[in-house]
Design a protein around this ligand. Structure first.
Ligand code: NAP
Length: 278
């Protein structure tokens, strides 16, 4: 099976490395000649070009461009594809992507690997990024079952855990566990740097250790990714942020009122519930 990848960045490049290792023939498309040459040299793809015509031979194409460019990438891709080719994407938001692509190409399966790092670009691509991680597929009523089965077979070769859900439920769920944490973590850093006493600020920076490193990690990542989450999952993100503000107000109120029993109950509940998420 020939697999095409458009967008040889962190996710596209990492997919290329693993899919080649799994025995697939991988064809890559980048906008830059240099990235094509580097991708071939690094063994990310078997062949690469800046021209989408390379993907005429592809059976399945993974669109790995930023969310804002997925629909335009598919539009450029379609004239070059064979009629029975399958398109799938890796975008972190699904409702708007699935709504835009489904009318353009029937053999489309929305997808989202729940794996990543704070880096971007081909140089950030790594092997085994998807091993043991969730990989969500969001077929809709019109999605051909055979296309879903083929994408599942490829995803299984990445050793990822496959989940199915509607694009709407995907966007609600990721608002809670991915997009809200980015905003909470970013606002944590924002709050800390608002300390006005330079002596205290410098001391805090010197004392920060593993707890701060863990809680600030996603807020200190690629700003473009956070911006995409907010722009393309705006409604669901706002709902989760408002609920978060409500929870924060409850904690503040318990501390103000010295309601130590109430606070202890909440912290006991969060301690026991965390294991249900990770
Ligand atoms: P990335 O490292 O920046 O890679 C995206 C690649 O797409 C770039 O290297 C670039 O390759 C190409 N590209 C950039 N702008 C473009 C444009 N306007 N039109 C066409 N191509 C463009 O980003 P990524 O983290 O791999 O993200 C790619 C997709 O994966 C996004 O849709 C994102 O939502 C999704 N995703 C990301 C993560 C994560 O943690 N990073 C996790 C899961 C899913 P060339 O310059 O070589 O053309």
């Amino acid at each position: 099976m020939n697999i095409g990848i458009v967008g040889l960045g962190l996710i596209g490049g990492s997919l290329g490395l693993d899919l080649r290792a799994a025995g697939y023939q991988v064809l890559g498309v980048s906008r830059q000649d240099k990235v094509c040459r580097d991708a071939i040299a690094r063994g990310v793809v078997d062949d690469a070009a800046v021209d989408m015509a390379l993907l005429a031979a592809a059976d399945v194409v993974f669109v790995c461009t930023p969310i804002s460019a997925i629909a335009s990438t598919v539009q450029q891709l379609i004239p070059h594809l064979s009629a029975d080719a399958i398109i799938t994407d890796v975008g972190s938001v699904k409702k708007s992507v699935v709504e835009a692509i489904t009318p353009l190409w029937a053999n489309f399966v929305g997808g989202h690997p729940m794996a990543g790092t704070a880096e971007s670009g081909l140089e950030a691509a790594v092997q085994n990024l998807f091993v043991g991680k969730a990989y969500v597929l969001t077929p809709v009523a019109t999605t051909p079952p055979a296309a879903v089965k083929t994408v599942e077979e490829i995803v299984r070769s990445l050793e990822a855990k496959i989940y199915h859900c509607s694009p709407e439920n995907h966007d609600k769920a990721v608002a809670w566990i991915s997009h809200l944490p980015v905003m909470v973590s970013a606002t944590l850093i924002d709050a800390c740097i608002s300390e006005t006493d330079p002596v205290v600020l410098e001391l805090a920076q010197q004392l920060a250790s593993s707890g701060f490193r863990d809680t600030s990690r996603v807020g200190g990542g690629n700003p473009e990714l956070g911006l995409m989450m907010a722009r393309y999952n705006r409604v669901e993100l706002l709902q989760s942020l408002q609920q978060y503000r409500h929870c924060l107000d409850e904690f503040i109120s318990q501390i103000e009122q010295e309601d130590w029993n109430g606070l202890h109950s909440k912290l006991t509940a969060t301690q026991s519930k965390r294991s249900q998420f990770c």
